[in-house]
Design a protein around this ligand. Structure first.
Ligand code: ATP
Ligand code: MG
Length: 556
C-alpha cells in the first residue's frame, strides 16, 4: 500500500460527473450548478457519507456553484435532532459550508398539494389493500402485477379519502396513496409505487401536525426540484429509481433536476450501514458513535484523523460507476501523508524495560536538542533530558537475535536517538527468567555535534525514567476481522466478526515536553506512530489514542 501513486492535480482526468457538469455548463443547460447533500437524520455520518459530502461540495466548488444541506426527514420513527446536530458539526468539520439548510419536512404542504394534483390528473389513487396484498399483487420480475381493485376510484373519491388520511380518520396501514403508473412495468418500482403512508408518530420538526408521510421516492426528487438542484448525485442502488424520479417531475411539470449515480464507498474490515452502527452503539460493542474504532466521522476525528486526510482520501478513491471495495490502508496512508508534514515529534516508550548507563554519573541530567518536526524547520527544537536511568522498548532488545537484527543485543551497540551510542554490557533477569534490566555503557565521544560522527546500524528511541511521565495509550486494531463484510456467509451475523483485540490499553512513558504540547493535530511518537490526546483525559491523567502506526500497524 505504500506505493500509492500521487498524480499532480492538473494531470488528473475529469471524472464522469465533472464531464457531465462541464458539458451542461458549456451547452448553457445551467448557468451555475447546485448540488445537495441529503442525509437522513437517523444516525451519525460515516466515512461513506464523507465521500458523498466531498463529492457534492467539491463538485459545486470546482465549478463555482453551491451546495444545500438537506435533511431527508420523512421517517419520523427513526429520526432525531441529536443526529441533525451531529451531521451539521461533521460537515463543517470536514471543511464545507452549505448555501442553505433545508428539511424535506419543510415541503410537506407542497408535496401534499402536488399529490392532490396527481390525483386530479388521474395519476394517483387511494388503495385500501393491506401492505401484504400490495406486496403480493406487485407481481415479480417475470410476472406482471395485478391491478388493485381500488385502482379506478373517481378523482372525487380519491381526493376525499386522501384528505381523510391527512385528517387522521384511518388507522396505520388502512390506506395508502399510490401513483397510477403501470402494473406490468418491467421496473418493479414503477408498478404503482406508494407515495404516502399513515404513521402516527411525533416528528422532530413538524410535531404532530402530520399523520401521513411521503415515501423517499416521492419526497426526494420533488425536494430537489423545489430547490432547483441541477445535479442530484446519489449512490448506484438508486439507478432503478431514476425513471420514477423523472416521472414525477415530468407529470408535475416542475423544475427538471436530474439524478446521477456513483458507486458507494465500501471499505475493508468495516461495516457502514447506519442500522448496524447503531446496533454496535446500543449494545455496547463500542463506547459510542465516537468510539475511536468506529468508521463514523466523529469516531475518526477522535482517533486523530484530520479533515485534510479525509478529503485526500475521498479524492484518491475517486468517483466510480461500479461497486468496489477500498482498502482501509488507503485511509491510513492518507492520514500519515498529512500528519508527517504537521505533527510535532516526541519520544515515548509503550512497553518499557529498564536500561542503566553504568558509566554516567548518578543524579545528573544532560539535555539533547532535537527538532520538533524535521519536516518543518519553523516548528523549532525541543530539549530531551538524558540520565543514568532510561527506559527503552522491550522489543528493541534481543538476547538471541537473528543476523539481521540491528537493535540492541548482548555486546552490541546502538545509537539512542538524538544522543549517545551505547553498548550492552550485561543483562539482569528476575526469577522467571524475564529481563528486568539492561546495563550499558555510553561512549562520550559520540555526542551529536561534537567531534566526528560515528555510525552504527541501529537507532532506538528512549526516555529518561525519572523525567518521563506516564500516560494511558489506547492502541487500536480493525474493528472486524473479515476484509469484505458485505459477503460474510448467510448463516453468520456481522457481529460474529468483531475483532476481540480491537483495543489494547497500555501505560506509556513519554518525554515530559509532550504535556505542554499545543498542537491541534496528533503528535508523532517517534518510531511508533501518530497519537492524539483523547477527550477522556483529565487534569492529571493523560490518555492518548493511536491514530495510526508509521507503517501499517495491523496485526497479521
Ligand atoms: P444507510 O443505508 O447506512 O442508512 P444511507 O445511504 O441511507 O445509509 P443517508 O443518510 O440517506 O444514508 O445518506 C446521505 C447521502 O450519503 C446519500 O446521498 C447517500 O447516497 C450517501 N451515502 C451514504 N452511504 C454512502 C457510502 N457508503 N458511499 C457514498 N455515499 C454514501
Ligand atoms: Mg438513505
Amino acid at each position: 500500500m505504500e506505493e500509492i501513486k500521487i498524480e499532480p492535480a492538473e494531470e488528473k482526468q475529469l471524472n464522469f460527473l465533472e464531464e457531465i457538469v462541464e458539458r451542461d455548463l458549456a451547452e448553457g443547460r445551467h448557468k451555475s450548478i447546485l448540488t445537495r447533500f441529503p442525509p437522513e437524520p437517523n444516525g451519525y455520518l460515516h466515512i461513506g457519507h464523507a465521500k458523498s459530502i466531498c463529492l457534492n461540495f467539491g463538485l459545486a466548488k470546482k465549478y463555482g456553484g453551491k451546495t444545500n444541506l438537506r435533511f431527508d426527514d420523512t421517517n419520523p420513527a427513526k429520526e432525531d435532532v441529536e443526529y441533525v446536530d451531529s451531521i451539521k458539526e461533521d460537515v463543517k468539520w470536514l471543511g464545507f459550508d452549505w448555501a442553505n439548510e433545508f428539511y424535506a419536512s419543510d415541503y410537506f404542504e407542497q408535496l401534499y398539494i402536488w399529490a392532490q394534483e396527481l390525483i386530479k390528473k388521474g395519476l394517483a389513487y387511494v388503495d385500501d389493500q393491506s401492505q401484504e396484498e400490495i406486496r403480493l399483487n406487485r407481481g415479480s420480475v417475470t410476472q406482471a402485477g395485478k391491478p388493485s381493485p381500488f385502482r379506478n376510484r373517481s378523482v372525487e373519491e380519491n381526493l376525499l379519502l386522501f384528505a381523510g388520511m391527512r385528517e387522521g380518520k384511518y388507522a396505520e396501514g388502512e390506506r395508502v396513496l399510490r401513483a397510477k403508473i403501470d402494473m406490468g412495468h418491467s421496473n418493479m418500482l414503477m408498478r404503482d409505487p406508494i407515495l404516502y403512508r399513515i404513521i402516527y408518530a411525533h416528528h422532530h420538526r413538524t410535531g404532530d401536525k402530520w399523520c401521513i408521510y411521503p415515501m423517499y421516492d416521492y419526497a426526494h426528487g420533488q425536494s430537489d426540484s423545489l430547490e432547483n438542484i441541477t445535479h442530484s448525485i446519489c449512490t448506484l442502488e438508486f439507478d432503478v429509481h431514476r425513471p420514477l424520479y423523472d416521472w414525477f417531475i415530468e407529470k408535475l411539470e416542475i423544475f427538471q433536476s436530474r439524478q446521477f449515480e456513483f458507486a458507494r464507498l465500501n471499505l475493508t474490515y468495516t461495516v457502514m450501514s447506519k442500522r448496524k452502527l447503531l446496533e454496535l452503539v446500543k449494545n455496547n460493542f463500542v463506547t459510542g458513535w465516537d468510539d475511536a474504532r468506529m468508521p463514523t466521522i466523529c469516531g475518526l476525528r477522535r482517533r486523530g484523523f484530520t479533515p485534510e486526510s479525509i478529503r485526500l482520501f475521498a479524492d484518491k478513491v475517486g468517483v466510480a460507476k461500479r461497486d468496489n471495495i477500498i482498502d482501509l490502508s488507503l485511509l491510513e496512508w492518507c492520514v500519515r501523508e498529512d500528519l508527517n508534514k504537521r505533527s510535532n515529534r516526541y519520544m515515548a516508550v509503550l512497553n518499557p524495560v529498564k536500561l542503566t548507563i553504568s558509566n554516567f554519573p548518578e543524579g545528573e541530567t544532560e539535555y539533547f536538542n532535537a527538532p520538533v518536526n524535521p519536516e518543518n524547520p519553523e516548528a523549532g527544537s525541543r530539549k530531551i533530558p538524558f540520565s543514568k536511568d532510561l527506559l527503552i522498548e522491550k522489543e528493541d532488545f534481543m538476547e538471541e537475535p537473528s543476523k539481521k537484527y540491528f537493535r540492541l543485543k548482548p555486546g552490541g551497540e546502538v545509537r539512542l536517538k538524538y544522543s549517545y551510542i551505547i553498548k550492552c554490557e550485561e543483562i539482569v533477569k528476575d526469577n522467571n527468567g524475564e529481563i528486568v534490566e539492561i546495563i550499558c555503557t555510553y561512549d562520550p565521544s559520540t555526542k551529536p555535534g561534537v567531534g566526528e560522527w560515528r555510525s552504527v546500524k541501529g537507532t532506538i528511541h528512549w526516555v529518561s525514567a525519572s523525567h518521563s511521565k506516564e500516560t494511558e495509550v489506547r492502541l487500536f486494531d480493525r474493528l472486524f476481522t473479515e476484509p469484505d463484510m458485505d459477503s460474510i456467509p448467510e448463516d453468520k451475523d456481522y457481529k460474529d466478526f468483531l475483532n476481540p483485540k480491537s483495543l489494547e490499553i497500555v501505560t506509556a512513558h513519554v518525554e515530559p515536553d509532550l504535556f505542554a504540547d499545543k498542537s491541534i493535530v496528533p503528535v508523532q511518537f517517534e518510531r511508533l506512530g501518530y497519537f492524539i490526546k483523547d477527550s477522556d483525559s483529565t487534569g492529571d491523567k493523560f490518555i492518548y489514542n493511536r491514530t495510526v502506526g508509521l507503517k501499517s500497524n495491523f496485526s497479521a
